[in-house]
Design a protein around this ligand. Structure first.
Ligand code: NAD
Length: 298
């Protein structure tokens, strides 16, 4: 069993660290928010009073932080104290920052992978996350058994930054497809077609996709979807906007053209600016209906 430093004990990191403890690892946590450190302690995580102290005796270091600037700044701080540790970043960040973090680890002769996740808070709690990893084969092989304590599918996507590339491509599909499914239901409503009828047909036809069958944006057909719970997240629109923005930044930096990804980003930007950042991203259907009713943004 490993000694694992876990930096960033928020909505995702907190339950992920708890699952590492459950799997028998010795976990030393750190977060800037002391209430989160207390919660982690209650789940069997030892806490440290700084990130660099947390990593001192660790053979594995995991970070789960909001954005690229946090990851680069924390890795700059902790890499000098991480004596021979395997470095894993699970945050969703831009590809350039991920590669900067790899370079910091490489200069100190540490193995590293970027390993963002899919599956949300439910997946973090249930240890059913999907990890998409980028980095050398040797680093991936060392990280895999650790990640298996927090997830059920671990995919090696390629070299440094490939995990982040896979994550933002996947979430660009998700953002676009949720808008498409929302538009289809809004159109069905105007045509007098019931939600259930559209679901029964499209979920077994060529319109089938995750946004429809697992996360249906209208209440009823999929009882566990946030639409049945007044669009409480789930996956907040602000996070979807973050990922769509990362996708656009990546597209611009490599000269890819993604017109629907760009349009989806604009739609979620408008939705967030109207005060819906904390609403589940499937709530975009309300915005689509409001456009038709000339009621402006909801
Ligand atoms: P969160 O804001 O709940 O947690 C981030 C934590 O990092 C916070 O507790 C914050 O205090 C801590 N932090 C920030 N700077 C720090 C520092 N310098 N030192 C120590 N701690 C620091 O966010 P989250 O929902 O847990 O998401 C974390 C990452 O996972 C993000 O990149 C997000 O995009 C990604 N993600 C989230 C979800 C989701 O459904 N929440 C799903 C997939 C991926």
């Amino acid at each position: 069993m490993a000694t694992i430093a876990f930096i960033g004990l928020g909505n995702m990191g907190g339950p992920m660290a708890a699952n590492l403890v459950k799997a028998g690892h010795d976990v030393i946590g750190f977060d800037l928010v002391s209430a989160l450190m207390d919660e982690a302690k209650a789940n069997g995580v030892r806490v440290a009073d700084s990130a660099s102290r947390a990593v001192k005796d660790a053979n594995v270091v995991i970070t789960m932080l909001p954005a690229g600037k946090h990851v680069v700044s924390v890795w700059t701080d902790i890499v000098p104290s991480a004596d021979g540790a395997l470095m894993i970043d699970c945050s969703t960040i831009d590809v350039d920052s991920a590669r900067q973090a790899h370079a910091l680890a490489g200069k100190a002769s540490l193995l590293s992978i970027d390993a963002p996740v899919s599956g949300g808070v439910g997946g973090a709690r249930g240890a059913t996350l999907t990890f998409m990893a980028g980095g050398e084969d040797k680093a991936f092989a060392a990280a895999k058994p650790i990640l298996e304590a927090m997830g059920k599918k671990i995919v090696h996507c390629g070299d440094a930054g490939a995990g982040q590339a896979a994550k933002i491509c996947n979430n660009m599909i998700l953002g676009i497809s949720m808008i498409a499914v929302g538009e289809a239901f809004a159109l069905a409503e105007k045509l007098g077609l019931s939600h259930q009828a559209l679901f029964d047909v499209a979920s077994t036809s060529s319109g089938q996709c995750w946004s429809l069958t697992s996360y249906c944006p209208v209440p009823g057909p999929v009882p566990t979807s946030p639409a049945n719970n007044d669009y409480k997240p789930g996956f907040a629109s602000a996070l979807m906007l973050k990922d769509l923005t990362l996708a656009q930044e990546a597209a611009n930096s490599v000269g890819a053209v993604t017109p629907l990804g760009q349009h989806a980003q604009e739609i979620y930007k408008t939705f967030e600016a109207a005060g819906n950042g904390g609403v589940d991203f499937s709530g975009i259907i309300r915005h689509i209906r409001a456009l038709a009713d000339n009621r402006g943004v909801r």
